[in-house]
Design a protein around this ligand. Structure first.
Ligand code: GLN
Length: 198
């Protein structure tokens, strides 16, 4: 049994739920999915997804609902697995290029992120990308996406487009600048389930 939470304050929540249900079915794993809006539910889960949306809104809400410190504590004390996609990637970064005032970030991954960096060139686009240890390219959907501008310490790069880093892993933390929930391809959600179970 695996208990997965999707942060439910704003963004692509139902899309992550749908693809996670599909992934669990494909893997024949017994799992429960919780939409997280309160502290009690946050304490039940083995892995957390922070969806894409608007990082300033999500960060305000997790601060107001007093979820921020529990998420940080559970990562630091219990090695909680977390996957952040797009805005979720920004919220996990230790450093932000052009930081916005009063942004309450989880700040656990050794990376610097540039918000809307792709968006300035192209609002949204889909591109097949190579991901480390994936046999075939993954159809990645980018929407006003950030770029990971640099990494250090324990953070490992899993994917790039040209020189731009778009996916990283630091132990049980996974972050990517695109939206893996907006395709039918369940490989990234499978990868995350494996992280949770390890
Ligand atoms: N540009 C958004 C932000 O800064 C992220 C966009 C997305 O999650 N699709 O939060």
């Amino acid at each position: 049994m695996v208990d997965i939470g999707i942060l439910g304050v704003q963004g692509a929540i139902s899309e992550h739920k749908a693809i996670m249900e599909k992934t669990l079915k494909e893997l024949e794993i017994n799992g429960r999915i919780y939409i997280i809006k309160d502290r009690d539910t946050l304490n039940k889960i083995d892995g957390l997804i922070i969806p894409g949306g608007e990082s300033t809104t999500i960060s305000k809400m997790i601060y107001r609902l007093k979820l921020l410190e529990i998420i940080i504590d559970r990562i630091e004390d219990e090695d909680l697995a977390v996957m952040g996609t797009c805005a979720g990637c920004i919220i996990l970064a230790k450093k932000i290029v052009d930081p916005v005032e009063n942004l309450h970030l989880i700040s656990v991954i050794d990376m610097e992120v540039h918000r809307n960096a792709f968006g300035r060139q192209r609002e949204s686009f889909e591109q097949f990308v190579n991901i480390k240890n994936f046999e075939k390219p993954f159809p990645a959907v980018f929407i006003r996406a950030p770029i990971i501008t640099r990494t250090w310490g324990n953070c490992k790069i899993l994917s790039r487009i040209d020189d731009s880093i778009i996916m990283v892993q630091q132990d049980k933390l996974l972050a990517m600048s695109f939206h893996p929930e907006l395709t039918d391809d369940t490989r990234i959600h499978r990868y995350f389930i494996n992280l949770i179970k390890n």
